[in-house]
Design a protein. Structure first.
Length: 376
């Protein structure tokens, strides 16, 4: 087998080749959920994605003859570097044949560009940031990914390991079932917490445009404050947040997105989403038309949801607001999403949350996602 040739993505034709080449690596994989091509174009567009207002992207293709046998993107995130006072660069959108030489060539190309940008560490995969889809799946390959999580062939971790990348952080995914975690003890506990701290739950107003903007801005403020000290997390810019809200609103379920208030003041929020991947897995072409058709005709298959993120303001963390919100989402989701839900990603270092999920909610850890680092 001849060595692959690595070249830089230079134009729109190359960019489409980069996007569509993803199909090359999942032939016959029943668990892969094809992305929407138009969504990938927007995500990789330096003019349409506000992330690139403070960041740079360089994409590379590995080709053998006329076939794309690998791809990678190198990313600088200046907001990350300012936040953490480091020189970390990022790699993402990695796909590769099961060939270490090809993978090494892709890594070398991305690493060389990051070094030319003054970076001393390559971290990833992130697509293109920790606020997007991120991390490599290292176990739990026997089921499809849920909404906004990654999936990859089982041989990818070895490609990273053998190229000199080492684990810097693992994140977990847990399976939740309504009947297993809504115990009598939890029901009594959350009721007492609500009464003691005067906690109320209210939904986000999707019907009134002005109130929706206020509610989602409140969620952004809570998120940025609650997650400020978390590993690797960078605050959303206003433009990034607005773009995220715009993208998620069409698939959101207002019943499972809500704010928690203590004596009428915002204290936390929980964002869960229907797992539309259960319909999108049938959209093998990645087209918008196919997506619409499958969301319409496969709606009954969307019986699972994902708790994407929960945030509690620091001053309310000892009040039990988090327990109340987990109970609330179980009550709301259990009636509609009968197959259960996933809570992810949960930082391996978050001992309190991992313990609560396994002991208090009887959740089962079933997937692990890894972020890698390599010194340049």
């Amino acid at each position: 087998m001849s060595a692959a040739t690595i070249r830089t993505v230079e134009n729109e034709q190359d960019r489409m080749r980069f996007i569509k080449s993803q199909w090359n690596f999942y032939k016959g994989d029943k668990n892969w959920v094809p992305p929407l091509i138009d969504e990938r174009k927007k995500l990789l567009s330096v003019t349409k994605n506000p992330f690139y207002q403070h960041s740079k992207l360089r994409m590379f293709l590995a080709e053998r003859g006329s076939e794309v046998v690998g791809r990678i993107a190198a990313i600088t995130n200046e907001n990350h570097n300012k936040r953490f006072n480091d020189k970390v660069g990022f790699i993402g959108f990695f796909e590769c044949e099961n060939n270490q030489e090809t993978a090494n060539a892709l890594f070398r190309a991305a690493e060389a560009w990051l070094k030319s940008e003054g970076k001393d560490t390559a971290r990833g995969p992130v697509n293109p940031s920790m606020n997007d889809e991120a991390a490599l799946l290292i176990d739990g390959f026997d089921s499809p990914p849920v909404i906004l999580t990654t999936y990859n062939p089982a041989y990818y971790p070895a490609l990273f390991d053998n190229a000199g990348y080492g684990k810097v952080k693992d994140n977990y995914a847990y399976l939740l079932h309504h009947k297993e975690y809504q115990t009598e003890k939890m029901t009594r506990l959350q009721k007492a917490i609500r009464e003691r701290h005067k906690i109320t739950i209210r939904g986000v107003n999707f019907k009134d445009k002005t109130q929706f903007k206020k509610d989602t801005d409140t969620i952004k403020e809570i998120y940025n404050a609650a997650w400020r000290n978390n590993w690797g997390m960078v605050e959303f810019t206003d433009a990034e947040w607005d773009a995220l809200v715009s993208d998620l609103k069409p698939v959101a379920d207002p019943d499972i997105i809500f704010l928690a208030e203590v004596e009428g003041k915002p204290a936390g929020f929980l964002l869960a989403l229907p797992d539309i991947n259960r319909a999108m897995i049938h959209n093998t072409s990645g087209s918008l038309l196919g997506a619409g058709w499958n969301l319409l005709t496969k709606q009954k298959e969307i019986n699972f949801c994902r708790i994407v993120i929960m945030g509690v303001l620091p001053e309310y963390r000892k009040t039990g607001v988090d327990a109340v919100m987990y109970y609330e989402v179980g009550e709301r989701a259990g009636k509609k999403y009968t197959a259960g839900g996933e809570a992810s990603w949960i930082d391996e270092a978050n001992a309190d949350m991992n313990l609560a999920l396994t002991k208090s909610m009887n959740a089962k850890r079933y997937k692990t996602y890894r972020i890698y680092d390599k010194a340049l």
